[in-house]
Design a protein around this ligand. Sequence first.
Ligand code: ZN
Length: 287
Amino acid sequence: MTLARGFSESRIILLCALTFRCRVAILAKCKKCEVNTVSNLTDFEREKYRRQIMIPGFGEEAQEKLKASSAMVMRVGGLGGPIALWLAAAGVGRLVLAHAGKLTASNLNRQILMRGDSIGQPRAPQAAETIRRFNPDCDVVAIGDEPTPERVEEWVTQVDVVCLATPDFAERHWISDACVRLRKPMVFAGMDDMQAQLTTMVPGLTPCVRCLLPEVPEWWDPLGFPVLGAVPGSLGGLAATEAIKMLTGFGTPLLGKLLVYDCADMTFATFEISRDPNCPACAGVSA
Ligand SMILES: [Zn+2]
């Protein structure tokens, strides 16, 4: 065992006995409480995230993983906005927020990262500014470019996990294809009216978006479906939870399962989903 800063093993155990857990940032592991004492968290971060660190099985180890991790949220509107906010609140170290276009009055029933006095202004910088004010320790990158297959691959390359919160089927396919090529995990969330769907995708292990949704429905209008803001709000919290689980290894993510719920009557159901062996994107891909 390697010790540093003059701490002996007995001294470490004594410190742990006094504080009920290892809190000293030294290059050693206390054999008594079996808590890894190597920590990159500051005292302020330990206090800020104390209520989630205390979750059994989460601990400082998961918190350190979040601090060292990065996530991309594809569109930060009614659904992606709460995803980004909860990821920042949890302590994800770096967020890449992609959302083209400018704020309109009809966005304001759900896009909680925006400001009511900024109609006509670009949305990505507003979302990033809200996140920075909420958690200044989070490194936020705002992307206001319109997505293309080439651009989304460049964005996906930069992060550890992707949260797909766009209602546009073409964008869903581009992001999913990039995740398959780059072997990145992705949380898929979608909603319409009072209904919502959620699953977590791992290339080579679970279905990709093209397995589930190979065709763009003719009836679908990505800019014209009904939304009550609290519905994507609830879904955003669940999607962020899935991303946190993928980044930390904590809990059991929705792999190969699709959660479907209807907020009109609060019915929830989970279905098994399978890969398409003829999928043009992920057939033949192994984990
Ligand atoms: Zn597929």
